[in-house]
Design a protein around this ligand. Structure first.
Ligand code: AP5
Length: 208
């Protein structure tokens, strides 16, 4: 069984490393941020509620998020494995997860704040295939090199909201490092390196 959580501040590279892990290890990827953004796009009740919190960089209330993840993890494609990206973000979420589908591996992607801000301000996403880029690594910041879809900048990737997301991470989520360290599931990963190097380190830990 491979039940994996990717922890880390905004911009640590959770989405980028998830892309590599799901492509190569056949894991079911669950990104709470992606689920919420899809609901905003579809103008659902959940989307209307989440939008207020997300546009400011605050966390969506625990009871809403826990219900979404519990329901998603009850599906047949998550019974023996999952890759959780962006959940848990509070102690309450972590305790709930331990009750319904405890993770075996928690990779803590850590990186300096300056690097994070630069990464997020320069991030572009593909509206068609969801691929993640940085403007410093692509020739054209409007067109996806993989599928020719249109690239866009996330609404919460502006300096003011990014600063708040980092504060929220420090206040509410950073404490999870100790939570998982205490139960011996934590593996720290220096996320300032190349994604391929990070991927190899995670793959090795999963095979050890
Ligand atoms: P979410 O979408 O999860 O955003 P986040 O946690 O802030 O993380 P990001 O997606 O911004 O960053 P990332 O670590 O995935 O980095 P990425 O790989 O894209 O959540 C958004 C919002 O939803 C939250 O603010 C909250 O409101 C709500 N929400 C979500 N989950 C919730 C929960 N559990 N509870 C309550 N509310 C919740 O990379 C970023 C950039 O860096 C890219 O440009 C990329 O190309 C570049 N990059 C990545 N890795 C590297 C590398 N190794 N080297 C060089 N560049 C890199």
């Amino acid at each position: 069984m491979k039940r994996i959580v990717l922890l880390g501040p905004p911009g640590a590279g959770k989405g980028t490393i998830s892309e590599l892990l799901i492509e190569r290890l056949s894991l079911t990827h669950i990104s709470v941020g992606d689920i919420l953004r899809q609901n905003i796009k579809d103008n659902t009740e959940l989307g209307k509620i989440a939008s207020d919190y997300m546009s400011k960089g605050n966390l969506v209330p625990n009871e809403i998020i826990i219900a979404i993840v519990k329901d998603r993890l009850s599906k047949s494609d998550c019974q023996t494995q999952y890759l959780l990206d962006g959940y848990p973000r509070t102690i309450e979420q972590a305790k709930a997860l331990d009750e319904f589908a405890a993770p075996e591996y928690v990779f803590n992607l850590y990186v300096d704040k300056d690097v994070i801000v630069n990464r997020l301000i320069g991030r572009r996403m593909c509206s068609k295939c969801g691929s993640i880029y940085h403007i410093s690594k692509i020739d054209n910041d409007k067109v996806c090199p993989k599928c020719s879809g249109e690239l866009y900048q996330r609404k919460d990737d502006n300096k003011e909201v990014v600063e708040n997301r980092i504060d929220v991470y420090n206040k509410e989520t950073a404490v999870l490092v100790d939570y998982y360290k205490d139960s011996e599931r934590l593996i720290n990963v220096d996320s300032s390196r190349d994604p391929e190097v990070i991927y190899k380190e995670i793959e090795k830990a999963l095979n050890d």
